[in-house]
Design a protein around this ligand. Structure first.
Ligand code: G
Ligand code: G
Ligand code: MN
Ligand code: NA
Length: 249
């Protein structure tokens, strides 16, 4: 047996769990959590999502795996305190699945989670495959009442046209970008401009990968509306303590 067939067989079993990484607003209140999938292989131990997500994409398992993640995230988030939202990463290949919208609707119905407590995270590469199909799916997701985050913004293909043409309501500024703001005035200037751009478009800008108090200070001073990163919480099976998060921010 190889890892690909093990992966397919593991979907829906307790080998897969979701960890949650906290996202806080500038005032220190918790906004919600990003769901991050974790796989414990019975023989190999922990397999990182950086490994198994591409494997699932290459082997055609990403749709069943992604559907399970969506359902599980909604079921778990439905038990959280009311204001907390859950963000779920959706792969480009899931967006190409014509059933995605109904899968999301079913996950919301089954869990009872209010649609505005679900945020779908997508990278730009998801959109460039088939723009028209992507626009239809994203519009349907927004019409349902869920949020839409443009993930990993600032690296790769990110272009302003995507912000104009697709109904995203939040931007996640990539961690590799935030990691430069202590040394690079250019990085701070770009961060500031993206935060302003987001505000003008009525979008929340989330700074990802905030690891130090100095990075936190810079991203908040420059107008980011929310933060995520090891400084305030690592991905973990349990939710972060709100008092500890508030004390850090
Ligand atoms: O911590 P982290 O190692 O969890 O994640 C590594 C990569 O795997 C990131 O790019 C992250 O977006 C992706 N990833 C983690 N969980 C999921 C998931 O549930 N679905 C998808 N599509 N990607 C995920
Ligand atoms: O691709 P996406 O942005 O969805 O994935 C989030 C990834 O970023 C996950 O792998 C998560 O574990 C990782 N991550 C979260 N916070 C930090 C951080 O503060 N520093 C770094 N280097 N990675 C982080
Ligand atoms: Mn993400
Ligand atoms: Na990201």
């Amino acid at each position: 047996r190889n890892l690909t067939s093990d992966l397919r067989a593991a979907i829906g079993t307790d080998q897969f769990v979701l960890h949650y990484q906290v996202q806080a607003r500038g005032d220190g209140d918790i906004a919600g959590y990003e769901a991050l999938a974790r796989w414990t292989h019975p023989a190999r131990g922990t397999v990182s999502p950086g490994h198994f997500i591409p494997l699932a994409e290459q082997s055609g398992s990403i749709v069943p795996l992604g559907n399970w993640i969506l359902r599980r995230a909604c079921l778990e988030a439905a038990k959280w305190p009311e204001p907390f939202r859950v963000s779920v990463n959706v792969s480009p290949l899931q967006l190409a699945d014509p059933m995605l919208v109904s899968t999301i609707r079913d996950a919301l119905d089954e869990s009872g989670l209010a649609p505005d407590r679900l945020i779908i995270e997508l990278t730009e590469s998801a959109i460039i495959r088939d723009r028209e199909a992507a626009l239809n799916a994203l519009s349907a997701i927004r019409d349902m009442g869920a949020g839409l985050a443009l993930d990993d913004f600032g690296v790769g293909y990110s272009s302003l046209d995507v912000l104009r043409s697709f109904p995203f309501d939040r931007i996640k500024l990539d961690a590799s970008f935030v990691s430069q703001i202590e040394e690079s005035r250019q990085a701070v200037a770009i961060l500031h401009s993206v935060a302003e751009l987001g505000k003008s478009l009525g979008m929340v800008v989330v700074a990802e990968g905030v690891e130090s108090a100095e990075q936190l200070r810079i991203v908040l001073e420059n107008g980011c509306g929310a933060i995520q990163g090891y400084l305030i919480g690592r991905p973990a099976p349990d939710l972060a303590d709100p008092e500890a998060v508030r004390a850090t921010v």
